[in-house]
Design a protein around this ligand. Structure first.
Ligand SMILES: NC(=O)c1ccc[n+]([C@@H]2O[C@H](COP(=O)([O-])OP(=O)(O)OC[C@H]3O[C@@H](n4cnc5c(N)ncnc54)[C@H](OP(=O)(O)O)[C@@H]3O)[C@@H](O)[C@H]2O)c1
Length: 354
């Protein structure tokens, strides 16, 4: 670790941001310093003399969050500075380009920036390489699991990603596991909501959008040029239930119970289970429900685990497999912190002005 200070600005103090601040405060290093943070409503700056073990108490003097002002403060702040975006806001994702251009390193668990138009993805990676400014997003797929880094290392060493297949939504794996245990579709969705596994609107998970975005990030990282509109997505929400309240949608799901029960039984008769999986193959991404043999790794996946299989020219006969818990604030925050530490190990002190 360096012996000069590296400042961190944390945007978003929700479940991931809060866990990140707590984990950062327990690190033995004193070179990483949380210097500021914000929510959508309040922004704080901490004094340069603040104790590195300082945890956000929310008692700091705050101003109302105003991004134009914050952007100016961030670009004028002393370097090195790492901007951690734990907001999940598409507007904040648009600030990565000006920040990278000004030499601010970025770490994010948010899928937004990498799933906007391909040209924005290319611009961020170009700015990062051209300016020597780091842009890390390991936790956008599989939370704390090493997935993005594996794909980046394969590409960097001249391998070619032939295909990537897997289940990257813990929520949807849980849903199908519950239906196999005998719960109806609507009961399984209710159980996922009650355990806090779903997004604030559970249809964001059931629409397949989260899985589509994760595969888009993997595909682009693997070197494929694709837009979100190129991804074929099977939604588990009938269109009519997308435009009503969540309560009414949940009631409407009861009408789908028999159909799902029939499909689960039909799969079982073939010694198979249903999983919501994604696949990048032949440069195309498809995400949706598939049957997997109960002998196959994806067929044996239960609970909220993720499993990703990567086939490449070098790993042609047997894939690289990454498996484990793929969501949750603690593991996601640890993955964000690991990205911050990787940056901290490589950056040099800012040159002193003559
Ligand atoms: N939770 C997980 O297990 C997990 C796993 C992998 C990746 N992620 C990703 O991590 C990110 C954060 O997730 P989370 O679960 O921590 O979300 P969260 O609990 O909803 O927290 C979001 C935080 O961001 C703030 N925020 C939202 N929009 C903002 C804006 N425009 N400017 C400043 N602050 C803003 C919110 O402030 P207010 O409270 O004022 O609204 C809140 O403090 C998301 O991109 C999510 O997809 C989460």
């Amino acid at each position: 670790m360096t012996n000069f200070p590296i400042d961190i600005y944390l945007a978003g103090i929700g479940s991931v941001g809060h866990a990140f601040a707590q984990q950062l405060a327990t690190l033995p290093t004193t070179s990483l310093r949380l210097r500021g943070a914000c929510t959508s409503r309040h922004a704080f700056w901490l004094p340069e003399t603040a104790d590195p073990a300082h945890t956000l108490s929310f008692d700091e003097p705050a101003t109302t969050t105003a991004w134009p002002d914050l952007l100016t403060q961030l670009t004028q702040h002393a370097r090195p500075l790492i901007f951690v975006d734990a907001t999940g806001s598409p507007d904040v994702a648009r600030l990565y380009a000006p920040l990278l251009r000004q030499g601010v390193h970025i770490v994010t668990p948010s899928k937004h920036a990498n799933t906007l138009e391909q040209t924005y993805f290319d611009e961020l990676h170009h700015l990062s390489h051209a300016n020597g400014t780091h842009y890390r997003f390991e936790t956008t797929v599989g939370a704390g699991l090493p997935v993005v880094q594996v794909v980046q290392d394969l590409v960097a060493t001249g391998d070619r990603i032939r295909s990537i297949r897997g289940a990257v939504s813990g929520t949807l794996t849980f849903l199908f596991s519950e239906m196999e245990q005998g719960r109806s579709y609507s009961e399984a969705v209710t159980a996922a909501i009650e355990r806090g596994y779903t997004e604030p609107d559970f249809r964001d998970d059931l629409s397949g959008e989260d899985v589509a975005r994760k595969f888009l990030i993997l595909a682009r990282t693997a070197g494929y040029s694709l837009e979100r509109s190129d991804v074929t997505v099977e939604s588990l929400v009938p269109p009519a239930l997308n435009v009503v309240s969540q309560e009414l949608a949940l009631q409407g799901f009861a009408a789908l119970n028999d159909r799902w029960q029939h499909m689960i039984k039909a799969a079982r008769a073939d010694n198979a289970v249903l999983r919501y999986a994604g696949e990048l193959a032949n440069g195309k991404i498809t995400v949706g429900v598939q049957a997997f043999s109960t002998d196959a790794p994806l067929g044996q996946l239960h609970g909220t685990d993720n499993l990703i299989e990567i086939h490449t020219d070098r790993y042609a006969t047997s894939p690289i497999v990454v498996r484990g818990p793929g969501a949750g604030p603690a593991v996601t925050a640890a993955g964000v912190l690991a990205d911050v530490l990787k940056i901290a190990r490589t950056i040099q002190p800012a040159p002193v002005a003559a």
